[in-house]
Ligand binder design. Sequence first.
Ligand code: PMP
Length: 397
Amino acid sequence: MNKIYLDNAATTPINSEVLAEMMPYFDSVYGNPSSLHSFGREAKAAVEKARAKIAKGIGCNPSEIYFTSGATEANNWAIRGLAYAYAKRGNHIITSKIEHPSVLETCKQLEKEGFKVTYLDVDKFGFVRLDQLLHVIDKNTTLISIMSANNEIGTIQNIQAIANIAKEKGVLFHTDATQAIGAINIDVVEMGIDALSMSAHKINGPKGIGALYLKKGTVIQKFMNGGEQEKNMRAGTTNTPLVVGFGKAVELATMDIIPNAKKLSMLRNYFIKEVLTRIELTNLNGHSIQRLPNNVSISFGMVEGESLLFMLDMAGIAVSTGSACASGSLEESHVLKAIGLNPDLVQGTIRFTLSKSTTKSEIDYVIEQLEKIIKQLRKVSPITRAQVGKIKSQGEK
Ligand code: PMP
């Protein structure tokens, strides 16, 4: 059976060019980039070349990129590090209700330490309410952290507008761009972003490496104590092969964003349209246009998401019920709750995330299987038609 992988928001396979570029740094060029001899210098040169590629990908200076173990660490560091560094100025942080747990849990921790956090509401599409943002900023606000694109429902925020508000009010702006890199053009200077988190494994790079972009002049508290790597800001021996792979992955992902996104969006739109018209009681989550080119989040009424996931898995199709980080638990998705989705639909939600190599024939097979499996599941569903009610797709404008 040919397997179909539609869980690219959880992670992606490594690109063969990325892997090839990494290989020599496991065995031949194994020096510690901090060492002064030729082995070290050779590794250091590769690290700096990769740093430059990543900087180019988001329009910043290489000296503004700090390597981390992934976006989780970058988010923890950015929020905690900036909150502490600017604590004398104020203790208020603003974020949204639909952020990744690495942002939300860090904010919760800061609340326990005496910081004040506002969790902004989102509308039914998942857009942060800008009027509310303007309203809650006060003289104690030091940081706004809003994700560029949501990992569950694919909504792309109005980042530019949020950055403008932050700048106007003299507040720092951090964005978790983990899902947005390679999907939309990001230029941190043009957009006015002060800090940005990213991760390699979402863009066909290796797992366990990411970065924090920090605008020059922004003060941040150190995250880990130890050696003087990353300009004495992030201790730990630099992982040369992962850094090299990350650099190559960013280079490839940010190369042809517009044509790639256009092509992928066409397949995504076809998928959405076919599912919504061929299967009744379905709802598109997120916005129909301002969404990640590879994201299809659909709620199926009278269906239990986990059962659908496992039956699709048996048919060789890999999907997710929510984000990979949350789907291990049966807890309701905080994102679907925040957009106000009917709880009976929340539990019947599946996230399909496509890749550049997903084909139309794969999508046709998935639709065929969905129709078949959903018919079976609905026959034994404890949820009644009346409970689901009439669905007007939220994705409709
Ligand atoms: N933020 C978002 C929006 C994500 O989707 C993820 C990965 N699920 C992360 C942060 C965490 O990234 P990493 O796996 O690199 O720690």
